[in-house]
Design a protein around this ligand. Structure first.
Ligand code: DX5
Ligand code: ZN
Length: 231
């Protein structure tokens, strides 16, 4: 398994979002994405409250873990009360669990939640929505292994990329240590990946750009996303 926070072999890392996979053949799709060169799998959890959609719960994460025992599972909690789900997702095989700064009462609260996740033997991540100022993360960055900047308003795959979020890296990136990943999520495809890489994101989530295409194209798409800087 590649641990994205420990000497990743190559950057940027590509994280297919399984939200866009064929749920009737989820294990197969996940294995095929990894075989096609994906570095980790991004698992989107929606509660119908923090976002206006429902997606999957721990049982689905557990099924993906069983289908892909060596995959790094990056679980993105788009839920109002993430603390209720840390344990169930760690038990279901999550390697990293991220939650939104928008549901935290304060920086201290976010740090306490990060410690809780770490205490379960899992890596913590923090997520910020497009309308939220990057400085909302002030005082919290050090506590996290992954900072996830949303480039769409969360809730659905296949939305248009919001380029204004790219400037958040100017404030975030200089504060990060080598082991901390800076991930972008939403609307990443062959047209937008280059701008994300140039803005110094090192982990790209892509759902419909990969799973929305025929399986035989996935390896080429993943390689093109990764090398977008030199295209
Ligand atoms: C949005 C999710 C994303 C989504 C990305 O709410 O957090 O991970 O699956 O999908 P695409 O790549 O299709 O925008
Ligand atoms: Zn996501």
């Amino acid at each position: 398994m590649i641990d994205p926070c420990e000497h990743p072999p190559k950057l940027p890392l590509i994280a297919p979002s399984i939200l866009a996979a064929d749920f009737a053949n989820l294990g197969d799709d996940c294995r095929a994405a990894l075989d096609a060169g994906a570095d980790l799998l991004h698992v989107d959890i929606m509660d119908g409250h923090f976002v206006p959609n429902l997606s999957m719960g721990p049982a689905v994460c557990d099924a993906v873990r069983k289908a892909c025992p060596d995959a790094f599972l990056d679980v993105h909690l788009m839920v109002t009360d993430p603390w209720a789900y840390f344990s169930p997702f760690v038990d279901a095989g999550a390697n990293l669990v991220s939650f939104h700064i928008e549901v935290c009462e304060s920086a201290q609260h976010a740090i306490e939640l990060a410690d809780e996740i770490r205490g379960l033997g899992c890596r913590p991540g923090i997520v910020i929505n497009p309308p939220t100022d990057a400085k909302a993360l002030m005082g919290t960055l050090e506590a996290f292994d992954l900072i996830l900047v949303m480039s769409v308003n969360p809730g659905f795959g296949g939305q248009a990329f919001i380029p204004e979020v790219l400037k958040k890296t100017e404030w975030i990136r200089p504060q990060l240590a080598a082991h901390q990943r800076l991930e972008i999520d939403g609307g990443i495809n062959l047209n937008t990946a280059q701008a994300a890489i140039e803005a110094e994101f090192d982990t790209l989530v892509a759902g419909s750009a990969i799973f929305g295409k025929p399986r035989k194209q996935w390896a080429s798409i993943i390689e093109q996303l990764r090398s977008s800087k030199v295209r």
